[in-house]
Design a protein around this ligand. Structure first.
Ligand SMILES: *[C@@H]1O[C@H](CO)[C@@H](O)[C@H](O)[C@H]1NC(C)=O
Ligand SMILES: *[C@@H]1O[C@H](CO)[C@@H](O)[C@H](O)[C@H]1NC(C)=O
Ligand SMILES: *[C@@H]1O[C@H](CO)[C@@H](O)[C@H](O)[C@H]1NC(C)=O
Ligand SMILES: *[C@@H]1O[C@H](CO)[C@@H](O)[C@H](O)[C@H]1NC(C)=O
Length: 401
């Protein structure tokens, strides 16, 4: 008996402590219930957190800033959903001052602001049955973000507000929307769609690190070189992999990852970038990175390529992955397209390719806004972005209610 007890004691302790740890974790550091209290409320805005479960079981954290600092003044506010890009989460809309950050600028200008966080990021890392340590948890690419995350969030907002919404996507947030709209999903739930730094095509991508990484992803990840389903820049194996890439490719400046990936942003505030790097990068799935690399390689927007026509056939009923035909986006859908001359990721030539797909779009419903000196991150973090971009976005929203 004594021996038995002795043997079980450590086990009980372990169990107890894991339980305690898990309890503390979920009560005091509930991932996804924290952006409001740690970031938004301190600068004077009311903010609410919600959880939305996708059809395939991911539990997404979503924040709402219902009114500006001056209050709501009783008017009905139009909902706007902000969808961040890859390797970041919704916090990236909130890091400059309230006069400069898009989420606050919208709230102070009478909009009802909703902030998305895609699966796998810190506010949205939970799943009804899987855990991030399961391989199956990471078995998705931007196909699933378009097919599951986006509709779950949009339907939730629609239900809460009873209104169609305006959408702002940055980078991968534009790709998700374009993919979805090209399948004519969500179209009737959107008042208008603003795409900042659209990345439907990546074949002119100029970021040297991106190009090298894309080639490596296509060659080696598929043969399971890294052997892990999660892509997390904070992971030692991944950062070693990047430094190896850097030393093997002298053309890449790895001292500044932000520049290497996104271009020479003109207008970032150094202290904001420091804060940004405290929260980001966020993990994503290896499959998502491989899918982006395929988009870069193929110069064509289509679903994830399983690399074998047999597997593709099993998945899709055809030997090659189905194409997202952007010409299927209804010509009457109000579209705002903002892009920059210094953007390494959303290259001007690739944006022209996208615009060529939209050449039959109703000219009254398509507004193209070009900022010569802006690179990729300026659209989210630029100190001048309110004046250079956001005011035009808000005018566009007001013109398309
Ligand atoms: C309420 O606020 C909005 C946005 O700031 C403004 O456009 C509107 O005129 C205000 N309405 C009233 C009744 O003050
Ligand atoms: C940059 O950020 C710091 C800290 O938030 C702030 O004090 C400063 O005014 C900002 N500079 C600009 C140009 O916005
Ligand atoms: C399937 O792939 C193989 C090898 O890659 C190729 O030889 C074959 O023609 C493909 N079949 C179809 C139907 O595309
Ligand atoms: C894409 O859609 C357009 C308009 O719906 C159609 O004319 C075109 O043939 C389609 N392209 C492809 C490759 O399916």
């Amino acid at each position: 008996m004594a021996i038995q007890f002795h043997g079980f004691l450590p086990f009980y302790f372990l169990f107890f402590f894991s339980f305690l740890w898990l309890t503390c974790f979920s009560i005091h550091k509930p991932e996804g219930v924290g952006i409001c209290s740690s970031v938004v409320q301190p600068v004077g805005y009311k903010c609410e957190e919600f959880e939305v479960t996708t059809e395939d079981g991911y539990i997404l954290g979503i924040q709402r800033i219902l009114e500006g600092r001056a209050g709501g003044n009783g008017t009905k506010r139009q909902p706007v959903l902000l969808q961040h890009g890859v390797l970041v989460d919704g916090i990236s809309w909130l890091l400059n001052s309230p006069e400069q950050s898009l989420a606050y600028v919208l709230a102070d200008n009478g909009f009802d602001v909703w902030i998305a966080n895609t699966r796998g990021t810190r506010p949205s890392f939970r799943h009804i049955s899987l855990s991030p340590s399961d391989k199956a948890y990471w078995a998705w690419s931007w196909d699933e973000l378009a097919a599951h995350d986006l509709p779950a969030m949009i339907d939730f907002i629609l239900k809460k507000t009873g209104q169609k919404l305006h959408y702002v996507g940055h980078s991968l947030g534009t790709l998700i929307a374009l993919a979805s709209l090209s399948e004519r999903r969500e179209v009737d739930k959107m008042k208008s769609v603003a795409l900042l730094c659209p990345v439907a095509y990546l074949d002119h991508m100029e970021t040297p690190l991106g190009i090298v990484a894309a080639k490596v992803f296509l060659g080696e990840i598929l043969s399971d070189w890294l052997g892990m389903p999660e892509f997390n820049l904070n992971n030692k194996k991944i950062s070693n992999f990047l430094s190896k890439l850097c030393s093997a490719n002298p053309g890449i400046d790895c001292n500044d990852l932000v520049i290497s990936f996104t271009g020479n942003n003109c207008c970032l505030n150094a202290s904001t970038v420091d804060v940004f790097l405290k929260y980001e990068p966020q993990p994503t799935s290896m499959k998502n990175m491989v899918h982006l690399a395929q988009t870069f390689r193929d110069g064509i927007l289509r679903k994830y390529d399983y690399g074998s026509n047999v597997t593709n056939f099993e998945r899709y009923g055809q030997h090659t992955p189905p194409v997202y035909n952007l010409s299927n986006i209804p010509n009457s859908l109000p579209l705002f397209l903002g892009h920059g001359g210094k953007d390494f990721l959303a290259d001007v030539k690739d944006v022209e390719h996208l615009l060529d797909n939209l050449k039959f779009h109703d000219p009254d419903q398509l507004s193209v806004h070009y900022v010569q000196e802006y690179a990729h991150e300026d659209f989210v973090l630029g100190v001048s972005a309110k004046h250079m971009v956001y005011e035009s976005v808000m005018t566009f929203f007001r013109d398309h209610q």
